[in-house]
Design a protein. Sequence first.
Length: 226
Amino acid sequence: MSPLNHRHVAPSILSADLANLADDVRRVVDAGATVIHFDVMDGQFVPPITVGPVVLGALRDALPESIYLDVHLMIETPERQIEDFASAGADGITFHAEATPHAHRVLHQIREADCRAGLAVCPATPPGIFEEVADLLDLALVMTVNPGWGGQSLIPSTLEKVKTVRSMLGPDVAIQVDGGVDAETAPLCADAGATWFVAGSAVFGADDPAASYQAIAAAAGVAVRA
Ligand SMILES: O=C(CO)[C@H](O)[C@H](O)COP(=O)(O)O
């Protein structure tokens, strides 16, 4: 069964210790996480620059094959990079509607590269584009903060957008929320219709990332193995 049919909390590497990335990620994998969110920023689409396919490949090699690497491209012209991330070991690739006029083509390109295809919208972007490409979407990412930085507060109006997207796309598409997700806000996101919950600072910024992952997972209604 596809991981997209299940609820997941996906710890975001953005708030991990990048000098000890594999060790940090293993702590949450040992606590039950099966999806890891890999944030890619290019200094253009958003001001910060993070990591790319080389680091993704190193993380892929350090983790069990069963771990789903969920790549979130916050980069301009994502169509230039899809194959590199797919070859490096991405399981799913999500790009931003604001970063290319060619969303339909890029979703095809991602599936042709044997990855699950995701499309993201920023808080100020209307969600209608999801309807236009619904048949090509494995995952719809509704940004609950402005992309670029961890540790921001969830923007409450984005929950209305999650509700709109859920009624637009029906029950079967994974809807992901990203930004300001913690044990308090995850149930609000779940009530609005989200099924994939990205959490960065609430997991890796906590004293005990494993316990924090499990608390958010419980709050989001994610089944975590004992
Ligand atoms: O895409 C992102 C920011 O653009 C990230 O996934 C970010 O790590 C979310 O962080 P937090 O959970 O701390 O709000």
